[in-house]
Write a protein that binds this ligand. Structure first.
Ligand SMILES: *[C@@H]1O[C@H](CO)[C@@H](O)[C@H](O)[C@H]1NC(C)=O
Ligand SMILES: *[C@@H]1O[C@H](CO)[C@@H](O)[C@H](O)[C@H]1NC(C)=O
Ligand SMILES: *[C@@H]1O[C@H](CO)[C@@H](O)[C@H](O)[C@H]1NC(C)=O
Ligand SMILES: *[C@@H]1O[C@H](CO)[C@@H](O)[C@H](O)[C@H]1NC(C)=O
Length: 246
């Protein structure tokens, strides 16, 4: 039943979510990819998406052309990732294809995080450099306690230390309500690297993090969107993502 549902969703998405004409049509046609009643995944072009919340193609934001709207409810027991019910979390994410250790990757995408999206003291990933054999993130971008921050689980423990330096942070106000462009490149594996820079819609750098050395034991992939542990009193979360390349 589950695989049938997945296959059906993949066909549905294949037909409806790829905008055939850029610009105008994309803006006007808003199509539901996931309605938030089940945890579903599928593909769009080379990208894999996973959504427990609402995911729609098409939006009215003029700064992101090929765009997808993400919405997560404020109810901590709704729109949950059904694979992690022991620690309830909500997820709307896209990920680039898996790359093997030592293979160079270079990607970009855009995200607009609505200012109404609040934070708590628990993790809320905006980006993940994910290690396949670790089955865990290696480096993330997080929105926590009103701060946008890098977390490094290789050089640190996901806390304020990124090894020899303090992890880069900035006030979340610098990220809220502006169309941000993310550039990430590097290699997974023991002789790895990561170069990650986020700019705002006037081209100023909001946050940047560059490391060389271990990036997990083997293959990995880059994910982006919104993925958070739920908690009582959290806000709804709203974002638009799109215009990826790589
Ligand atoms: C789509 O294009 C038409 C004709 O150029 C224009 O009148 C309309 O405002 C556009 N719609 C959007 C949502 O941009
Ligand atoms: C998908 O990946 C292939 C191989 O890397 C690449 O040639 C192609 O341009 C990609 N397509 C899109 C839509 O990004
Ligand atoms: C982008 O960042 C610069 C430098 O911090 C700031 O002056 C500018 O107002 C920001 N632009 C937006 C749209 O947030
Ligand atoms: C990281 O590398 C990029 C590209 O070379 C550079 O523009 C950026 O300033 C660097 N960031 C830091 C924090 O060193």
């Amino acid at each position: 039943m589950w695989s049938f549902t997945l296959a059906f969703m993949a066909i549905l998405v294949g037909c409806s979510a790829m905008p055939s004409t850029p610009g105008n049509l994309t803006l006007e046609r808003r199509t539901t990819i996931n309605d938030g009643t089940a945890f579903v995944q599928g593909t769009i072009g080379n990208m894999t998406w996973q959504a427990s919340g609402v995911l729609e193609s098409g939006c009215t934001l003029s700064t992101i052309t090929d765009c997808y709207h993400m919405y997560l409810t404020s109810d901590p027991s709704e729109q949950l990732d059904s694979k992690h019910l022991d620690s309830p979390r909500q997820r709307d994410e896209f990920h680039f294809p898996q790359v093997s250790a030592g293979t160079e990757f270079a990607y970009s995408w855009k995200q607009y995080l609505y200012s109404s999206t609040g934070t708590g003291s628990t993790w809320f990933h905006i980006m993940q450099a994910f290690g396949v054999s670790e089955n865990n993130p290696l480096v993330t971008l997080d929105a926590v306690s009103g701060t946008l921050r890098i977390k490094d689980y290789v050089r640190g423990t996901g806390g304020p230390s990124c090894g020899s330096i303090a992890c880069p942070t900035t006030d979340l106000a610098n990220y809220h309500g502006t169309t941000t462009t993310h550039h990430i490149s590097g290699k997974f594996g023991p002789s790895g690297s990561l170069s990650y820079t986020i700019t705002n819609d006037t081209g100023s750098t909001i946050l940047s993090y560059n490391v060389t050395g271990a990036m997990g034991a083997g293959a990995g992939y880059i994910k982006f969107g919104m993925y958070r542990i739920t908690f009582d009193g959290m806000t709804t979360a709203n974002a638009v993502v799109g215009d990826w390349s790589g």
